[in-house]
Ligand binder design. Structure first.
Ligand code: ITT
Length: 204
């Protein structure tokens, strides 16, 4: 029988990206991913950790305990060099309210409007966590580097994708196809590293 793993997120974009990134290991272990929309009774987790890894572990542990199922969690954001790594773990609510993607990226562009091109380096960071109901947990990180643009470009992805010009490419992350993004993204790298742990702790 196909087993379930819960992805501790209400962000449906993340659920879609994760199904693609983990397609091989999910098929190998006969698992499917459910987002938290399938578990309306699970309360929101307060993300009060001090790092991406702390917050990913908080989310994964809480959801594994609440559902009795293996749980995956992603905590991610954009770290801008000249801002000392901000917005960082505050990326989702940088303009004040959670998940206001357009307002977040416009505020960030305004904050760095006077910064010269050579100082506009930034990177998406992702911590990927796995937790089992018995307390076992693992965490891995991935980074995708680039440079901040001066205006939003592209319609794919979510969040700050339209303003990160990807290193080694002429396009923003929002101009990459989903498969191109997954192949090089912070989330792709972190969860591909976590796949080995999934096999180790879940294989019968
Ligand atoms: P959950 O906590 O429910 O997983 P969330 O969107 O609030 O969903 P985070 O707390 O991890 O997730 O915040 C991540 C924010 O960082 C997200 O809202 C985006 O603004 C940004 N971000 C993360 N990954 C991104 C990506 O691949 N492309 C663009 N922006 C991204």
């Amino acid at each position: 029988m196909t087993g379930q793993v819960v992805l501790a997120t209400r962000n449906e974009h993340k659920v879609g990206e994760l199904r693609d990134i983990l397609a091989d290991i999910l098929a190998e272990l006969d698992l499917e991913i459910a987002g938290l929309s399938a578990f309306p009774e699970v309360a929101d987790v307060i993300e009060d950790g001090a790092s991406f890894a702390d917050n990913a572990l908080l989310k994964a542990r809480a959801v594994a305990a609440a559902t009795g199922l293996p749980a995956l969690a992603d905590d991610s954001g954009l770290a801008v060099d000249i801002l000392g790594g901000a917005p960082g773990i505050f990326s989702a609510r940088w303009s004040g309210r959670h998940g206001e993607d357009r307002a977040n990226l416009e505020l960030l562009l305004a904050q760095v409007a006077d910064v010269r091109d050579e100082h506009r380096g930034a990177g998406f960071v992702c911590a990927a966590a796995l937790a089992l109901p018995d307390g076992t947990c693992r965490v891995e990180e991935g980074v995708m580097r680039g440079t901040l643009t001066r205006a939003a470009r592209g319609n794919n992805g979510f969040g700050y994708d339209p303003i990160l010009l990807v290193d080694g490419d002429t396009r923003t992350s929002a101009e990459l196809s989903p498969a191109e993004k997954n192949a090089i993204s912070h989330r792709g790298k972190a969860f591909r590293a976590l796949a080995a742990h999934l096999r180790e702790v879940l294989e019968p």
